[in-house]
Design a protein around this ligand. Sequence first.
Ligand SMILES: [Zn+2]
Length: 63
Amino acid sequence: MPVYEYKCATCGAEFTFLRIKASDEPVCPECKSRQVTKKISSFSCSGGGIFSGGFTSSGSGGC
Ligand SMILES: [Zn+2]
């Protein structure tokens, strides 16, 4: 069962939502808002997408 993490854009509450059906809409348990954003689970091998530009070519990613 995939459990997704969401963060409410209205009140900032973070919650998990078990999406059983694709039509299920996550709703904030705090304020019942549907303005929630899905948090991507931190995969170990995925880059964050933020590069400060200070990297050298010494560490080529093995992933
Ligand atoms: Zn909320």
